[in-house]
Design a protein around this ligand. Structure first.
Ligand SMILES: [Zn+2]
Length: 116
């Protein structure tokens, strides 16, 4: 059984990864809107804007995958996917507020019942 500090650090990492993914998708959406606006105003689209758009979406997809596949610091299983692995998962919720296996809450409010 992990100690409370390990659990708190693991939960903080999951929160940080989720926040990074949210920000990445917001930035990618803003870049997409800007590229659409610019290309309609200028009647053309440059390869630089396509490169920036591609980089923004690659960053958003990567950050989203990293956040979605986070490991629970308590049970060491997937925090957001219920099932033994990602291919046989029966339920997934990437905005889950608690581990879908052991129920450890993301805000750490029930950490006393899990940690040493
Ligand atoms: Zn868990």
């Amino acid at each position: 059984m992990p100690d409370k500090e390990t659990l708190a650090a693991g939960l903080a990492r999951i929160r940080k990864e989720r926040k990074t993914a949210l920000h990445a998708w917001l930035v990618a959406s803003f870049v997409l809107a800007t590229v659409i606006l610019l290309s309609t105003q200028l009647q053309t689209i440059s390869w630089v804007s396509m490169l920036v758009l591609g980089a923004a979406f690659l960053w958003a997809i990567a950050a989203g995958l990293i956040a979605a596949t986070a490991e629970c610091p308590n049970c060491k299983k997937s925090f957001h996917f219920h099932g033994d692995d990602y291919f046989t998962t029966s339920f997934s919720n990437t905005s889950a507020k608690k581990c879908l296996h052991c129920g450890l809450r993301l805000d750490g409010s029930n950490i006393e019942t899990y940690g040493l």
